[in-house]
Design a protein around this ligand. Structure first.
Ligand SMILES: [Zn+2]
Length: 212
């Protein structure tokens, strides 16, 4: 569902461009709004959310999909935690839908999906492992890297229930906006993937904006 935001970028309290292959970590306070902006189009922003105070409570794809009765995320979607609480709500979306079924790329998935020779290529799971290793104060480990959302990624479900990784439906300047319902730690891997048609084999930067 396409919903434009009334928020103006020049009034954002925080802005940062994240190059492809980098990670991004930030606590978003309850009531703040987070925008993820696809600067050049067809990029995938692989994202995890945690309760900022108790990170064992985290985003749950299965609870979110069951509660909304739909497999795609878009404006109106309420992102549920593993404890059944609403973490964030998508309040604006100019892309139309986002994936939470496909999972993040990893050395293992690169090997099985593409080729053994792709195993050593940089993947989202590596970026998250670097993030939690460089930020021991968060108390997170690889066990905490679970369900994620692939913002801007197109993983359509076929009529007979199949999953396909398809060419992206996002474009330069499209964005998704989320209002935090609790203090959340957001951890994004701006996907470095070179083998997936979702990003036209060309990883590009994204921008994160926050309004207080
Ligand atoms: Zn990835």
């Amino acid at each position: 569902m396409i919903v434009e935001s009334p928020l103006k970028p020049e009034q954002a309290s925080f802005r940062q461009v994240i190059p492809a292959g980098d990670y991004f970590l930030k606590v978003i306070q309850a009531g703040e709004t987070l925008r993820i902006l696809d600067l050049e189009g067809n990029q995938a922003a692989d994202t995890l959310f945690y309760n900022a105070h108790t990170p064992t409570e985290r985003y749950s794809a299965m609870d979110t999909l069951r509660e909304q009765g739909n497999v795609y995320l878009t404006a109106g979607s309420r992102l549920m935690s593993s404890e059944g609480n609403v973490m964030l709500e998508i309040t604006a979306d100019t892309c139309g839908r986002h994936d939470t079924l496909g999972g993040a790329c990893a050395a293992e998935s690169n090997t099985t999906r593409y080729a053994l020779a792709k195993k050593c290529m940089h993947a989202c799971r590596d970026s998250w492992l670097v993030a939690v290793t460089e930020h021991e104060e968060l108390g997170l480990s690889k066990r905490d890297i679970t369900h994620n959302i692939n913002f801007f990624m197109n993983v359509p479900v076929t009529a007979d229930g199949g999953l396909t990784f398809a060419d992206g439906i996002s474009d330069a300047g499209k964005y998704v906006e989320l209002k935090a319902k609790m203090d959340v730690l957001v951890m994004i891997s701006n996907c470095p993937q070179l083998n997936n048609p979702c990003n036209a084999y060309n990883p590009t930067p994204i921008e994160v904006l926050v309004w207080s």
